[in-house]
Design a protein around this ligand. Structure first.
Ligand code: DON
Length: 304
């Protein structure tokens, strides 16, 4: 397995030069576009890795999986999906279009920015600090990594430049989709996106999802049913407007982030974390997608 991963990383390196690191959040532009790494955690607890698996980067939109799970734990699926839909979109991840056209004015799904801001607004906690601490502790528990914290440079950079997110949030507040203090909700969302992780951490989250909501140590984190819903939404919406193509070519529930990470969950087999900060036009890691494509073919991982 180690050799397979090493060969795949080598094969995929050429792709990194065809993408670009995210720059709309200025701090992310500092990432190394050539980095490429992978970590695999199988359900027997065995772990394999190759390439730049140890670089730290921010979780970005992969936090949307975590905040969806926490919103479900706090409110139940029925309530959460009165505030956010479960339909894929052909618009970009920070599009405002569907908030206007959708009948109930809900964000289309919890994997786009508007949807995640709505799920964050549903997370329990008296204060913004309490909410982000619950998100951090939940992430630490699933990854088994107590060291996970926030990259404050990225957080400040997002807060300063996140005007599209601010627009989405105020629009949703105006339509009664979110309640409470909009700036406080955005602050929790920006901090959740700025959690600093490695491929290993996202592979561990993928492994829990692959294991129907149960950690390697047999502790249940979310119900089997909630886990099924989360994975289904990852298949249909996790790679944004590239989700269809990803399902056809790779066929694994996955979620990307503009930090260059992709978290993948192969049901009943393994969790996979990849990193490659150079992104394609949809904001997904260009090298990361190639790695997952090769690995899916090599190990026959497609769920379809
Ligand atoms: O809100 C944003 O724009 C970022 N914090 C997260 C976007 C993101 O990761 C999109 N993913 N591919």
């Amino acid at each position: 397995m180690k050799r397979i991963l090493e060969n795949i990383i080598e094969d995929c390196r050429k792709w990194t030069s065809k993408g670009e690191v995210a720059s709309y959040i200025p701090e992310l532009a500092k990432a190394n576009p050539e980095a490429l790494g992978i970590w695999v955690t199988n359900l027997g607890g065995e772990e394999y890795f190759a390439g730049d698996w140890d670089i730290k980067f921010t979780i970005q939109s992969m936090s949307k999986v975590i905040t969806l799970m926490l919103a479900i734990l706090d409110n139940g699926t029925e309530y959460v999906f009165t505030k956010v839909g479960m339909e894929p979109t052909e618009s970009g991840f920070n599009s405002i279009t569907n908030l206007e056209t959708h009948e109930q004015k809900q964000p289309l799904n919890p994997m786009i920015n508007a949807g995640a801001i709505a799920t964050v607004s549903l997370i329990n906690g008296e204060t913004a600090d309490e909410k982000i601490n619950r998100i951090l502790n939940f992430t630490r528990k699933i990854t088994g990594n107590d060291e996970i914290g926030i990259n404050y440079n990225v957080y400040e950079s997002e807060k300063k430049t996140g005007n599209r997110n601010r627009a989405l949030a105020y629009y949703m507040k105006g339509n009664g989709i979110i309640e409470g203090d909009v700036e406080e909700i955005l602050d929790v969302y920006f901090k959740a996106c700025s959690m600093e992780i490695t491929c290993k951490d996202i592979a561990r989250i993928g492994a829990m999802l692959a294991n129907d909501g149960v950690l390697i140590n047999n502790e249940r984190v979310i119900s089997r049913e909630a886990c099924r819903i989360v994975k289904t939404i990852m298949v249909t919406c996790g790679m944004y407007d590239a989700s269809g193509k990803f399902a056809v070519h790779i066929g694994i529930p996955a979620k990307s982030g503009v930090g260059g990470g992709i978290m993948a969950a192969v049901p009943r087999r393994m969790g996979i974390g990849v990193v490659g900060p150079a992104l394609d036009a949809q904001g997904n890691s260009i090298g990361g997608i190639k790695i997952l494509e090769k690995l899916s073919h090599e190990l026959d991982l497609s769920i379809f």
